[in-house]
Write a protein that binds this ligand. Sequence first.
Ligand code: SF4
Ligand code: SF4
Length: 154
Amino acid sequence: MENPVICSVCKGACCKASAGHIFPNELEEAVSKSSLTKLIGSDIYSFDWWGDTPFDNRKEATRLYYLRYKHKGNLNLLDNSKDSPCILLTENGCSLSYDKRPDVCKALIPNESFHCTHQTDEFSKTNCAIAWMPYQKIITELLSENNELNKIFE
Ligand code: SF4
Ligand code: SF4
């Protein structure tokens, strides 16, 4: 939900706190190695991860990678940085048209206190990471081919 009056005064506290994450079903092309390769070639997306937490009644800790826009100043393909502005934030707000923004961004309910919240956890990071669960093999292959995994495991 957008409220130009409130949001233009706030100037994007939400977008300065972190970049919007993207569920697989929000992408124009079905998820495949080639569609993700094309996306990451645009240099505005990073893979972040949620975990290491047991998911789905599994006992072992699981790191789940998910897609989000890059953070300004943290331009690696694999990035777990926090409290950083979204790369798409400009002085005039988000550079995407409203309908192209991630669901998590559109679902935020503007509030005059600028402490804005979601009505439900439908678009939470946890749910986003779980939605990416079937694509973990493709993502780890891409990260490995781009020499990103060595950076965190070495
Ligand atoms: S949604 Fe809330 S935090 Fe985001 S720009 Fe609007 S008022 Fe600010
Ligand atoms: S995609 Fe747009 S609305 Fe969402 S966090 Fe980035 S700048 Fe803000």
